[in-house]
Write a protein that binds this ligand. Structure first.
Ligand code: PEP
Ligand code: MN
Length: 337
């Protein structure tokens, strides 16, 4: 349930409501927007007993949240949430651009990727050190050594690091090197991992599961937020459908649907949707046109020789060209890069 405060309400009245909720053993999420102040009730509202919050000074009305996810819902924060990663803000007018290889392979290649994506205009270096591979016989990633190399390349170029964490026991190690975690599609419903990432408070990109609905995805985000980590950025990376022309089917419609139902920023991964380099640009343009808050794109200095996902990785030059073209679309929809 959310409490909608009157437009004329005072700061003291908001504090009074929050204090009352706390006294009942409930949490409060205050969203002070330009239009209205909304207080989300966190916890079991039967704890209110017979207390009628609508009778309190400054309260306009109480509105139930119909979704199973609460903190992730748009009702709880109608203005939309901004996710801060150091000096970078995700979810505002400026789009966030993340680029880098599928996997960190060696020092020279991650450094070249970092120099390239930075020069193209990206703010984040992506790259997997813990790789969720379909086959146990495929390259599994350089693990901590890979994270070290990424941190070094990112520091040398002024980028932030985003990298996947596959299991709870990797969180503490990865937190030493990453500015942001990624939860991959295959782990979207690994609830234990979601809770542990929630406790870690490290900002996180939560990818949509390979065959999950938007509702299930938002419930997954709620798992992280319910542990106190509100720094969640959703990432649409394509879902499994009957179509085989692309690796996955990019669900562009997820962008406006998520914007309507959730307060969280959403970015697009055109690479894992396309599976082929040549489709990455049009999918990126479509995602930004639909209202996405940014892109995460696989970029490799020598894409054809990449150890994983060679077919879908862009060259540094193609990524620079992509960002330039995305800039035009961003402007057309009132955003900037
Ligand atoms: C990745 O980003 O490298 C990755 C494995 O993505 P996904 O989880 O979307 O398949
Ligand atoms: Mn990949």
């Amino acid at each position: 349930m959310v409490i909608l405060m009157k437009q004329s309400c005072t700061k003291e009245q908001v504090e009074q409501v929050v204090a009352t909720l706390q006294k009942c053993g409930l949490g409060a999420n205050v969203s002070a927007g330009t239009q209205a102040t909304i207080i989300g009730i966190l916890g079991d509202k039967t704890k209110l007993g017979g207390l009628d919050i609508t009778l309190m000074d400054g309260v306009e009305k109480c509105v139930p949240i119909m979704h199973s996810y609460k903190l992730a819902s748009r009702d709880m924060c109608p203005e939309g949430r901004l996710v801060q990663v150091g000096n970078q803000v995700i979810g505002g007018k400026k789009l966030v651009m993340m680029g880098g290889p599928c996997a960190v392979e060696n020092e020279e290649s991650i450094m070249k990727a970092a120099i390239g994506v930075k020069a193209a205009g990206a703010q984040f270096l992506r790259g997997g050190a813990y790789k969720p591979r379909t086959s146990p016989y495929s390259f599994q990633g350089l693990e901590e050594e890979g994270l070290k190399l990424m941190r070094k390349a990112a520091d040398a170029t002024g980028l932030k690091v985003v990298s996947e964490v596959m299991a709870s026991d990797q969180i503490d190690i990865a937190a030493k090197y990453c500015d942001m975690f990624q939860i991959g599609a295959r782990n979207m419903q690994n609830f234990r991992l979601l809770k542990d990432i929630g406790k870690s408070k490290v900002p996180v990109v939560l990818k949509r599961g390979i065959a999950n609905t938007i509702e299930e995805w938002l419930d997954a985000a709620e798992y992280i937020m319910s542990e106190g980590n509100y720094n969640v950025v959703l990432c649409e990376r394509g879902i499994r459908t009957f179509e085989t022309a692309t690796r996955n089917t990019l669900d562009v419609s997820a962008v406006p649907v998520v914007k309507e139902r959730s307060s969280l920023p959403i970015i697009i991964d055109p690479s894992h949707a396309a599976g082929k380099e040549k489709y990455v640009l049009p999918l990126s343009l479509a995602g930004v046109a639909a209202g996405a808050d940014g892109l995460i794109v696989e970029v490799h200095p020598n894409a054809k020789q990449a150890i994983s996902d060679a077919a879908q990785q862009l060259s540094v030059e193609a990524f620079a060209d992509l960002l330039q073209k995305v800039g035009g679309i961003a402007q057309a929809v009132g955003r900037e890069i």
